[in-house]
Design a protein around this ligand. Structure first.
Ligand SMILES: [Zn+2]
Length: 236
């Protein structure tokens, strides 16, 4: 189910069509509000700047790409987007609050066709959030494309995931198969060239100069600090 929260959230008021055209949601540990849709920001501010207790209060309205649907995130305490901006699904747009017509911190989450109160969309069908009070876990981020084993192995070699137990813990908690990644790391490392071979390639101009050389070598899993002295020695 796609809710505007990253992890756990609560449904504090259900969808009732005309009398309540969305779901009232409350973030459990994290109050950040993320866009559940990719599209253009049409509203980002007060519904009525002269009456901050009116309607949605501080809210964001996003027009879904190639659709008449508008996604509303109401009663926010903070907004991080501006009108005209394109946002991607999963992008941080604001923080839950209690602005507008509200008695406690929550987010009124609804979808209307053509930004019209007359075209109420069924938010339960759109979001797959059940129309029942309770605590749920958002899968907004779970649906994001994961990195491939090969990409991860290259990152590991470049030093992004630490070493030993730390690496194992980091990869596992990010939802990756540590064993598969490590296997690929070992395979790539075995096919590594010797420092002398690389030093000769550096001299032949294959690895660029200065900072570029440093970056390229690191990305490929070689240590500049080991290669460069060999280059210097060969050039003497
Ligand atoms: Zn509401």
């Amino acid at each position: 189910m796609k809710s505007p929260y990253k992890n756990k959230f609560k449904v504090s008021q259900i969808f009732k069509g005309k009398t309540h055209d969305g779901l009232d949601l409350v973030g459990i540990d994290d109050k950040n509000i993320y866009s559940t849709v990719t599209g253009k920001v049409e509203r980002a501010g007060w519904e009525n700047p002269d009456d901050k207790k009116q309607g949605f209060g501080l809210y964001v309205r996003i027009k879904k790409e190639d659709s008449i649907d508008r996604y509303y995130f109401g009663h926010l305490s903070k907004i991080y987007v501006t009108v005209g901006q394109t946002v991607n699904e999963g992008e941080l747009i604001g923080v839950e609050g209690s602005t507008g017509y509200s008695t406690g911190s929550h987010c009124h989450y609804c979808v209307r066709g053509n930004a019209s109160k007359a075209i109420i969309k069924n938010i339960n069908n759109i979001s797959e959030i059940p129309n029942a009070l309770g605590t749920y876990t958002s899968t907004l981020f779970a649906s994001k494309p994961k990195k491939t084993i090969s990409e991860l192995a290259k990152e590991v070699i470049a030093g992004k995931w630490g070493n030993g137990e730390e690496r194992k813990k980091k990869l596992t908690s990010a939802g990756y198969d540590y064993t598969a990644v490590q296997k690929e790391v070992n395979r790539l490392s075995a096919s590594k060239k010797s420092n002398l071979e690389i030093a000769k390639e550096v001299i032949a101009g294959k690895w660029g100069n200065g900072e570029e050389r440093k970056t390229k070598l690191a990305k490929a899993g070689y240590k500049y600090s080991e290669i460069q002295p060999i280059v210097n020695r060969l050039l003497k």
